[in-house]
Design a protein around this ligand. Structure first.
Ligand code: UN1
Length: 493
C-alpha cells in the first residue's frame, strides 16, 4: 500500500495532524491509489515559512533562468507522457486519449512559460518632460496559493503554477482531493527539473487546508478553480484581506446549430463537447440550441450516435466515456435528470447510473439527453458537471443568441453556421469568454487567454499572456537626468 506525503521545506512529510485520506480509482473503487495526508492550518503555517525563504531566493533568480527550469519540466513531462496519462486516468477516470491531451496541455504550457521568461515585457514610453525616462516593468508578488480541481489534474495546475513560477513567485499548491497522485508527480518533476525545493510546497487535503491557505495573511495571491459556490466564499475572504484573486468557476456552455450548418460537423462537435470528459469540463457543452428547421432530423442522428458511445474504464482500449469522479456526483447528476423531467423536459436518452459488465465497481452514468427543455428550466440554467445535455429548440439566430446569453455563467459558446456575417455577430454578441465558430465548446489552446464572464470568473484569465499580468505586479520607474527639478506636466500648466 502506498502512502504519500506533503512537500514542505524541501522534505516529504506527514500532515501535522497525522491524518490521511484514501484516493480510489473511480472506474473500479476496489483499486486504492494511495493514502494522502489530510492537511490543515498547521501545515499551511509551515509551508508559508518555507515558501517565504524560497521566494527570497527565487525572486532574485533571473527570469530567463527561471524559464529554463520550466523548459526542463516540459522535457520531463514529454518523456513521461504515457506514464502520466495512465496514472491520471487511474485516479480521475477519463480515457487515456484525453489524459494524454491533459499532459500535452501541461507540456505546451511549460514551453510557453519557458519562453516567457525571456520576455515578461514592460513598456518604455516617452515622458512628458525633457531628459526624463519613463518605463513600467514587472515584479514578483510573493507566495501564490493555488487550489485546483479534479477534471484537469495536470493541465490546470500547470496553467497557474508555471506562470506563477516564471514571474518569480513561490508556490503553495493544493491539488484536488480526488487527484492527489497527479499533483504529487508534478511536484516530483519540478524538483527533478531543478526548481529549488523551498519554492514549491505541496499540501494535500480538502476544503479545510484550502480555507487555511485563503485566510493566511502571508499568502497575498490566490488562484482558485472550482465551483461558483466555493469561489464566492474564497472571494469574500480575499476581498476582506485585499488579496489578489483569480477565480475560474462554473459554466453552462451552449452549442448553437442553425439550419444552414454542416450537420455532420455539428454532430461530431456536440458528441465531443457534451460527453468528452464525461461532461466534467468547465467548458463542457451542457446546452444544445437547435434551430427549428433541423431540430428533429439532428436529434434523431444525435441520439443514434450517442447510443453507440462505449462507457468503461478509461485505461481500456475502445472506451469513449469514463466514469464520473465520485458517488456524490452520480447522485447529483441523477437528481438533475429528475428535476428536468419534473419541469417538463423529456428524457430522450440515458438518465440513470450505468451498470453491466465491467461497470459494476465504478461510478458510471449513461450519456443523457433531455429534449423539450425551455431556457428557464433549472437543467438549462445550472451547472450539472456530468454527461447530461439539455436540448432547446429556437426559431432563429436572434433567439439562439438570447438563450445563450440568458444564464448566469459565461465561459464558452459555439455556433455552427455557414453564414460569415452571423459568425462575426456571434463573436460580438455572445456573452462568453470564448466563442467557437464551427467547433465545439471545448478545445481552448494553451497560448490564448482562458476564462469567462459573469459568474464564471472575476475578470482574470488563465493561460495565454494575460495570466502573466496576474502573477506579477506592475511597477513604474522614472529617471530624471535633467539635473533640475522638473515638475510633472500637471504642475507646469
Ligand atoms: C476545463 O474545462 O476545465 O478547452 C478546462 C478545453 C481544455 C481546458 C478545459 N483545453 O476544453
Amino acid at each position: 500500500m502506498t502512502t504519500f506525503h506533503n512537500f514542505i521545506a524541501g522534505e516529504w512529510v506527514r500532515a501535522a495532524s497525522g491524518q490521511t485520506f484514501e484516493n480510489r480509482n473511480p472506474a473500479d473503487t476496489r483499486d486504492l491509489v494511495g493514502h494522502f495526508p489530510r492537511s490543515g492550518a498547521a501545515d499551511v503555517e509551515r509551508a508559508v515559512a518555507s515558501a517565504t525563504r524560497g521566494f527570497a531566493r527565487w525572486s532574485r533568480t533571473p527570469a530567463p533562468a527561471r524559464g529554463d527550469v520550466l523548459r526542463r519540466v516540459g522535457d520531463l513531462m514529454s518523456a513521461r507522457k504515457e506514464e502520466l496519462a495512465d496514472l491520471m486516468t487511474r485516479e480521475m477516470g477519463k480515457p487515456l486519449s484525453e489524459t494524454r491531451g491533459d499532459v500535452q496541455e501541461g507540456i505546451d504550457t511549460a514551453y510557453y512559460a519557458a519562453v516567457e521568461g525571456r520576455r515578461l515585457f514592460g513598456h518604455t514610453v516617452p515622458s512628458e518632460l525633457r531628459d526624463k525616462w519613463a518605463m513600467s516593468f514587472r515584479r514578483p508578488i510573493g507566495i501564490a496559493g493555488l487550489i485546483t480541481p479534479f477534471n484537469f489534474p495536470l493541465a490546470i495546475p500547470t496553467w497557474k503554477m508555471f506562470p506563477a513560477l516564471v514571474c518569480g513567485n513561490a508556490v503553495i499548491f493544493k491539488p484536488g482531493e480526488d487527484v492527489p497522485h497527479t499533483g504529487h508527480v508534478l511536484v516530483e518533476i519540478l524538483l527533478e527539473a531543478g526548481l529549488p525545493p523551498e519554492v514549491i510546497q505541496l499540501l494535500h487535503g480538502d476544503g479545510e487546508v484550502g480555507a487555511a491557505m485563503v485566510a493566511h495573511p502571508q499568502i497575498p495571491l490566490i488562484s482558485f478553480t472550482g465551483s461558483t459556490e466555493t469561489g464566492s466564499k474564497v472571494g469574500e475572504v480575499c476581498g476582506r484581506m485585499h488579496k489578489r484573486l483569480s477565480l475560474e468557476m462554473g459554466g453552462k456552455n451552449a452549442q448553437i446549430v442553425l439550419d444552414d450548418a454542416n450537420l455532420d460537423l455539428a454532430l461530431d462537435g456536440v458528441l465531443w463537447g457534451a460527453f468528452g470528459t464525461t461532461g466534467q469540463r468547465c467548458t463542457a457543452t451542457s446546452r444544445l440550441i437547435l434551430q427549428a428547421g433541423i431540430h428533429d432530423a439532428f436529434m434523431d442522428r444525435l441520439i443514434a450516435r450517442a447510443k453507440t458511445l462505449r462507457l468503461g474504464d478509461g485505461r481500456k482500449a475502445g472506451t469513449d466515456v469514463g466514469p464520473v469522479i465520485h458517488e456524490e456526483s452520480l447522485a447529483k447528476i441523477a437528481s438533475y435528470v429528475e428535476i428536468g423531467q419534473r419541469e417538463g423536459a423529456t428524457l430522450a436518452l440515458g438518465g440513470a447510473r450505468a451498470t453491466g459488465a465491467g461497470l459494476e465497481h465504478g461510478h458510471f452514468f449513461q450519456p443523457t439527453i433531455l429534449i423539450g427543455v425551455r431556457p428557464e428550466m433549472r437543467v438549462a440554467q445550472e451547472e450539472i458537471f456530468g454527461p447530461v445535455l439539455s436540448v432547446i429548440r429556437v426559431a432563429d439566430a436572434a433567439e439562439a443568441f438570447r438563450v445563450n446569453n440568458g444564464v448566469k455563467y459565461g465561459l464558452s459558446s459555439s455556433l455552427y453556421t455557414q453564414d460569415v456575417n452571423l459568425a462575426f455577430r456571434a463573436m460580438q454578441e455572445l456573452d462568453n469568454g470564448i466563442t467557437y465558430v464551427n467547433a465545439p465548446t471545448i478545445g481552448a489552446e494553451a497560448h490564448l487567454p482562458f476564462g469567462g464572464v459573469k459568474q464564471t470568473g472575476n475578470g482574470h484569465r488563465e493561460g495565454g499572456w494575460e495570466v502573466y499580468e496576474f502573477y506579477s505586479e506592475t511597477k513604474v520607474g522614472y529617471v530624471d537626468y535633467s539635473g533640475t527639478l522638473q515638475r510633472a506636466q500637471i504642475d507646469n500648466y
